[in-house]
Design a protein around this ligand. Sequence first.
Ligand SMILES: NC(=O)c1ccc[n+]([C@@H]2O[C@H](COP(=O)([O-])OP(=O)(O)OC[C@H]3O[C@@H](n4cnc5c(N)ncnc54)[C@H](OP(=O)(O)O)[C@@H]3O)[C@@H](O)[C@H]2O)c1
Length: 347
Amino acid sequence: MSTTHTVRFGLIGFGAWGKHHADAISKTPGASVVAIGAHSSASAAAAQEAYPAAKTYTDYAALLRDNDLDVVDIVLPSHLHHQVTLAALNSGRHVLLEKPMCLSLTDCDDLIRVANEKNRLLAIGHELRLSSLWGKVKELIDDGLVGTPQYVLVELSRNPYRQGADGWRYDIQRVGNWILEEPIHFFDLARWYLQGQGDPVSVYAVANSRQPDHPELQDNFSAIVKMGGGSYAVVSQTLSAFEHHQTVKVTGTRGALWASWSGAMDRTRHPTFSLKAFDGTELRTIPIEKLTGELFELEDQIAMVVRAVTAQQPLSCTGEDGRWSVAMCLAAQQSVESGFPVVFEKA
Ligand SMILES: NC(=O)c1ccc[n+]([C@@H]2O[C@H](COP(=O)([O-])OP(=O)(O)OC[C@H]3O[C@@H](n4cnc5c(N)ncnc54)[C@H](OP(=O)(O)O)[C@@H]3O)[C@@H](O)[C@H]2O)c1
């Protein structure tokens, strides 16, 4: 740690989402962007222009040799997550790694092991947990408003994914699968909401594509996750729609919650959102004072990492949490391919 107690971030990946990370770090009290690892000379030049005080590297290994870093923030195409995070942990830095943690469970396990061996924090970017809206749903469930939760629906209807640099998001070798892109967040949310309802027993999933030459790129995806306690979650997404509209519905033995978020795009700073709560007797609209959306949650995520590094707070999403969601996505993909549910072995 620096003697000034500013947490010094080295950001690797200055693409569409990496630029928002840089912005969020620079806005966060007690954090600063000290170095940026870009790839092409064009993104290096863009990083240099936007953050003239930061050192710019076009080789991530050179960035990791920089002595002025406390945290390495990794916002790279998903197939590079394991390799670069491993190097960052081995260099002795804490890591904030974007989701999906890795493309395989072996790689997830490897990172968890090395983070433990090196006694470094490994935070995974499932930022929805920090949302004022999705977090309020969790709070009301935990307060017992719905009774025992029995059903969780997390549904997203949106426009198609961005291509990503060099088209990586549309290349199955580099993206892994599309469940790992966005439904992974919803598995994480559903698990969070159903905490205490037992371990997952099975997942059954279906998907299809509107791209005849690329059936592996699934525009529509739906999964049912059955929990040991008898509750279940439905995670559903379509990329064949417009704008960005996410819904969460939770019902329980007593009441129900209905939360929704809409924006012209995922990264709007002007969303509309609402939360209705029914405790079995009275239906109320719950005020959500703080703006919510991934840009806001990203800022909260950086602030959370700063607090974790300065030992004031645990991580909101750990490597173990990230691994759980990767496991669920891989099992869901297996179910899509086989046409059968995947049954999990008892831990
Ligand atoms: N949590 C969330 O809500 C959320 C939202 C969006 C994305 N993500 C995740 O964030 C990651 C990045 O997504 P993105 O949308 O930002 O992708 P992107 O726009 O394609 O950006 C990726 C960047 O990585 C750079 N890059 C590639 N190889 C590199 C290397 N070896 N060293 C340094 N930089 C390298 C590319 O550089 P060039 O441009 O120079 O080629 C590009 O700028 C993905 O894992 C994605 O799943 C998470």
